[in-house]
Write a protein that binds this ligand. Structure first.
Ligand SMILES: CC(C)(COP(=O)(O)OP(=O)(O)OC[C@H]1O[C@@H](n2cnc3c(N)ncnc32)[C@H](O)[C@@H]1OP(=O)(O)O)[C@@H](O)C(=O)NCCC(=O)NCCS
Length: 328
């Protein structure tokens, strides 16, 4: 059997309606709208009401993608949720999504690759569809970072928000769909971006809570330098694997962590600025959700046309990084 071409046939996204502006954060920590906008590109972030589970953000995004694909939940064979903020350590968030959708014939599991999670999930599930292990897949990037954000730490609390994006994958006409993928990890940099508490290494205790270990800890400057190198590497390698060059790329969807990271990469790779989809100003960094939210926005704004080469590229904690090249 010749492996079939597999692609994204529909996307959807959801961001909670609550908004926290930079001015709101000025009232909590010693920061300013000017600092946040110029150092990060962020103006506002969508924030879920306390007690919202990540699966509750994933579900509306998933329902929209399924509706656009014309697919019933029972037709799904597999659901993958990329998240670093699961509903619970056990079971997987994907199982909550599977039950919530009524996807009664689907397998379901999570992927943990931080902000690169959506890229990892796409890249892993594509070959499984190609060889016929599954026919219809739902890949979701969803994160609720607010409960893991330390609102006494100005260097991290301005950066993160909540949201979800989803994509339906299945067979597409020959020549379309996912053309190449690339994934890497470097655990020697694991300390650069962590939520240290609440796992097996530092089980939840009064001490871990007092030490703020259940919040995001980050060496911002080091992550910044890593990110620029990683994105450049991922773009070059994924395009080379697809037999394409930067000149062939119509739309780039980068992970949205800091506008200055994107601008630094733009200076190093030869892809005109107008081809990049950027919405960090509205959503901030929603980890695994930034890429599918931006992809959904590009789709809704009709920025992607049939036959376009679309490049997704991400990086994150782990450290992890990767890219996916597809013909829409
Ligand atoms: C976090 C980040 C925005 C910090 O920006 P930066 O330009 O590197 O700033 P620095 O950390 O060097 O800090 C510069 C100064 O700004 C201050 N500062 C930090 N956060 C601030 C804030 N929210 N408001 C005002 N000042 C702030 C620092 O305290 C420091 O002050 P000092 O010079 O008096 O010590 C930036 O490093 C970054 O975005 N890194 C990547 C993070 C990332 O992408 N994470 C997710 C990966 S998926």
């Amino acid at each position: 059997m010749t492996p079939q071409s597999i692609g994204i046939v529909a996307v959807g996204a959801y961001a909670p309606p609550g908004i926290v502006t930079n001015a709101d954060l000025e009232k909590i920590v010693d920061t300013s709208d000017e600092w946040i906008r110029t150092r990060t590109g962020i103006s506002r972030r969508h924030v879920a009401v306390p007690g919202t589970a990540t699966s509750e953000l994933a579900l509306p995004a998933a329902r929209l993608a399924l509706e656009r694909a014309g697919l019933a939940p029972e037709e799904l064979d597999v659901i993958v949720v990329a998240t670093c903020t699961p509903d619970m350590p056990l079971p997987s968030t994907a199982c909550f999504v599977q039950y919530g959708l009524g996807a009664t014939h689907a397998a379901a599991f999570d992927i943990s690759a931080a902000c690169t999670g959506f890229i990892y999930a796409l890249n892993i599930i594509t070959p499984a569809l190609k060889v016929g292990l599954f026919r219809n897949a739902l890949v979701i990037g969803a994160d609720t970072l607010t409960p893991f954000t330390d609102f006494s730490d100005r260097s991290t609390c301005v950066l993160f928000g909540d949201g979800a994006g989803a994509a339906v994958l299945r067979a597409v006409p020959e020549g379309h769909g996912i053309l190449s993928s690339y994934m890497r990890a470097d655990g020697s940099g694991s300390e650069m971006l962590t939520i240290p508490g609440g796992g097996s290494r530092y089980p939840a205790s009064a001490e871990t809570i007092a030490a703020h270990q259940h919040y995001i800890h980050m060496a911002g400057n080091e992550v910044f330098k890593f990110a620029v190198r990683a994105v450049e590497d991922a773009i070059a390698t994924a395009l080379e694997r697809a037999g394409l060059t930067t000149a062939d790329v119509n739309v780039v969807i980068p992970h949205q962590a800091n506008i200055r990271i994107i601008e630094a990469v733009q200076k190093r790779v030869n892809i005109p600025e107008e081809r990049w989809v950027i919405n960090i100003q509205e959503y901030s960094n929603t980890s695994a959700a930034t890429i599918p939210i931006a992809l959904n926005e590009a789709f809704e704004q009709e920025r992607i046309h049939d036959g376009d080469i679309v490049l997704l590229v991400g990086f994150g904690g782990g450290l992890t990084w990767g890219a996916t090249v597809m013909r829409w």
